[in-house]
Design a protein around this ligand. Structure first.
Ligand SMILES: [Zn+2]
Length: 259
């Protein structure tokens, strides 16, 4: 059964000593593609290196995470936007992400909004998909996105409100869910209500999951078969059918052909 990780932070420092090990685990778990999401300029450059090193398996999403907006200088923002534009022709660069808005960082709200809009405008201009973080801001983001011409939107770790989910699905947005699918009733409800054609899987590693069956162990791509099985159980389908559809979703959304 093939799996994909549409949202992982392979360029995170926590993984820097164990990339080889993680990729070996991905291989034995039959994880055929990973999207290395970036947090800032430095991790964007690192994601590009990883995508080059593991060509055809690791793809890069470049961007600035709302958590990294506080320390962001104008120069760094400019350089990141420039890097994304320059890399548009690089087939390994398949999205802008992770970008978004986080209500916990309300003190820098205006700056978050400014950076997010810059990224959305660039995605519109370059026709790249966006991978969005929307903690506490999902409804607002789903309201604001139609003012941009974005064809491909991925709402990562969608949790609530359910009312925003139906709107997102109506707009054709994709949802990505990870390990909580195995234990969280809230996330299971989101998966239940999301058409399988709009769904992707993720680990968001190195984020750790403390509930059963993950129990705080280091997050690796090897968690993905558990996620696919949980989706299959919710959708009352076979693991293989779910896995095949998710692979097709990945290829269609990111416009890549996986081996
Ligand atoms: Zn993330």
């Amino acid at each position: 059964m093939k799996c994909v990780d549409a949202h992982v932070h392979l360029s995170d420092k926590e993984y820097s000593d164990s990339t080889e090990e993680l990729m070996a685990e991905a291989k034995s778990a039959n994880v055929v593609a990973l999207v290395s999401n970036s947090m800032d300029l430095e991790t964007s450059i690192e994601s590009l290196k990883l995508a080059k090193r593991y060509s055809g398996k690791v793809f890069a999403a470049l961007g600035i995470h709302p958590w990294n907006v506080q320390s962001l200088t104008e120069d760094e923002l400019h350089k990141t936007l420039e890097l994304i534009s320059e890399q548009r022709q690089n087939k390994a660069v398949i999205a802008i992400g992770e970008i978004g808005l986080d209500y916990k960082y309300e003190k820098i709200w205006d700056k978050q909004l400014m950076v997010f809009k810059e990224m959305l405008s660039l995605a519109e201009k370059l026709d790249l998909p966006v991978i969005i973080h929307s903690r506490g801001t999902t409804a607002q983001i789903v309201e604001m996105l139609p003012s941009f011409s974005l064809n491909r939107v991925l709402l990562h770790w969608f949790s609530n409100p359910i009312s925003a989910l139906s709107k997102a699905v109506e707009h054709g947005y994709y949802i990505t869910e990870g390990p909580p699918t195995a234990y969280s009733n809230g996330i299971r409800e989101v998966v239940r209500r999301t058409p399988l054609n709009n769904l992707l899987t993720e680990t968001d590693g190195p984020v750790r999951y403390f509930k059963n069956p993950f129990n705080g162990k280091k997050t690796t791509p090897a968690f993905l078969p558990t996620v696919v099985k949980a989706v299959a159980e919710i959708k009352k389908m076979s693991d293989i059918d779910v896995s095949e559809q998710i692979i097709r979703n990945f290829e269609g959304f990111f416009r890549v052909k996986l081996n």
